[in-house]
Design a binder for this molecule. Structure first.
Ligand code: AR6
Length: 175
């Protein structure tokens, strides 16, 4: 069973087998988590992403999909890049957001990663409301069969941390 843990902090500092990156379809970097991962992880990660683009991912990575590279200088073995959906008030894209977590866990299982750090995918530049994103993230990870033993949600600020804590199955006391 996967143990879900919550920490407040910077995802690039997590000592885990795999760090999940909230990337974009280009796989070539951006702001937020993506910017921090490439900055702290160094050029090896971008080089690996460019190789993916030159190979099977010529059209980029679709929203809801996930793919792994080296973690470069991060204190992890792998980065799992996934692309969250941009929030839309008109269209329900929650299945795509859930797919990010499921696919990241599937890739983690393929790699043999047992500890995985997740950011709150889509809640920054892609504007997904935190409470709803927390609900989808926690529910999906809790119900996905996986060999991952720890799924660690790394929340950047107190408000995000508190929102995830409140969304834990069993309520805030669970955190
Ligand atoms: N550690 C943990 N959480 C962080 C960190 C960090 N170092 N930095 C930001 N967050 P975002 P998205 C939080 O914007 O919404 C990029 O340009 C942040 O406060 O990183 O999926 C990509 O290239 C927010 O709660 O990801 C894409 O174009 C959460 O992480 C686009 O942004 C996710 O925010 C993806 O947007």
């Amino acid at each position: 069973m996967t143990n879900i843990t919550l920490v407040r902090g910077d995802i690039t500092e997590q000592e885990v087998d795999a760090v999940v990156n909230a990337a974009n379809s280009s796989l070539l970097g951006g702001g937020g988590v993506d910017g921090a991962v490439h900055r702290r992880g160094g050029p090896e990660i971008l080089a690996a992403c460019r190789e993916l683009r030159a190979g099977h991912y010529g059209r980029g990575l679709a929203a809801g999909a996930a793919v792994a590279t080296t973690a470069g200088r991060l204190p992890a073995r792998w980065v799992i890049h996934t692309v969250g959906p941009v929030f839309s008030a008109e269209e329900d894209r929650s299945a795509t957001l859930a797919s990010c977590y499921r696919e990241s866990l599937r890739v983690a299982d393929e790699l043999g990663a047992r500890t995985v750090a997740f950011p709150a995918i889509s809640t920054g530049i892609y504007r997904w409301p935190m409470a709803d994103a927390a609900d989808i993230a926690l529910r999906t990870v809790a119900t996905t069969p996986t060999e991952v033993t720890e799924a660690r949600f790394v929340l950047f600020d107190e408000k995000a941390y508190d929102t995830f804590r409140a969304a834990l199955p069993g309520g805030p006391a669970g955190g």
